[in-house]
Design a binder for this molecule. Structure first.
Ligand SMILES: *Cc1c(COP(=O)(O)O)cnc(C)c1O
Length: 264
């Protein structure tokens, strides 16, 4: 368990410095009064890296993002329940129920793109809420394929509203909180704090349409956009949440070489 894990003090110091540097870049890019959430994307990185930023009794960071169900299940069992997990990776319908049911501190699933996946998440969360009344509804974001690339998951822009309505009307233990996009890598690389990345412009427009379709204030819907290469530009375009991995934790190992618990 967490109290048995050995954290390398040098590594912990490095990670804390990286996190502080990202936080100050976020604050510098944010010209508004809104709060921007930073998800530290810890996929394929060891549990000790997460614990280094979330040590008791005074964690310096709470929100962590993961992409693989099995890896997240393992990490969530090892690490403190005070962590707020975000599932941001490609979702498979047959894993949705366990994802929503087995991780009480799963805070948000940012990558829903079909009704079937929503229904499976709903099933899992409903079962969990029935067995533990302290568990909150599960936040979900609809992932939109704003770049039209075949390799990217996400709903087509025109289908975002229908999926949002399905969540709001049919999934009482899910809470629809916003929209997420990854966007094209080339556009991402070309993004600066001054350029208008087309994917971010598109997601903002889709958010406005979805809010209108639901008769909600658009401020009620968050935008999750921006990664290591482009988070400052995303903030300029109105992002409420950025997902930063490599600029905090360094380059990731190949999936086959990743380990949750490093051997001492
Ligand atoms: C891996 C990943 C990130 C983090 O990417 P970096 O470039 O390492 O910051 C953000 N969002 C999603 C959906 C990811 O899969």
């Amino acid at each position: 368990m967490a109290d048995e894990m050995q954290i390398n003090p040098q590594r912990a110091k490095q990670l804390a410095e990286n996190l502080a540097s990202i936080t100050s870049r976020i604050n510098a890019a944010n010209k508004s009064s809104r709060q921007i959430r930073l998800i530290a994307v810890s996929k394929l990185k060891p549990a000790t890296d997460i614990l280094a930023l979330h040590q008791q009794p005074q964690p310096i960071h709470y929100h962590f993002g993961e992409n693989y169900v099995q890896e997240l299940l393992e990490k969530s069992e090892l690490l403190p329940r005070s962590i707020r997990w975000h599932f941001i990776g490609g979702l498979q319908s047959n894993k949705c129920k366990q994802l929503a049911e087995k991780i009480p501190n799963l805070w948000c699933v940012s990558s829903v793109d079909t009704e079937k996946k929503c229904d499976q998440l709903e099933k899992g969360r409903k079962a969990l809420v029935e067995s533990d009344a302290s568990v909150e509804p599960l936040r979900v974001m609809v992932q939109v394929n704003t770049s039209g690339e075949e390799s990217k998951s996400g709903v087509e822009p025109d289908d975002a509203l229908a999926l949002a309505k399905h969540i709001v009307d049919k999934c009482p233990t899910l809470r629809f909180t916003g929209l997420m996009t990854i966007g094209a890598i080339a556009r991402s690389k070309a993004t600066t704090a001054e350029t208008e990345n087309e994917d971010f412009v598109a997601l903002r427009d889709i958010r406005d349409k979805v809010a209108e379709g639901l008769s909600w204030e658009k401020e009620k819907l968050e935008l999750s956009m921006g990664m290591s290469a482009d988070f400052e530009g995303a903030i300029t375009m109105g992002s409420d949440e950025v997902r930063v991995g490599s600029d905090i934790f360094g380059t990731r190992p190949a999936k086959k070489d990743a380990v949750v618990v490093e051997k001492g």
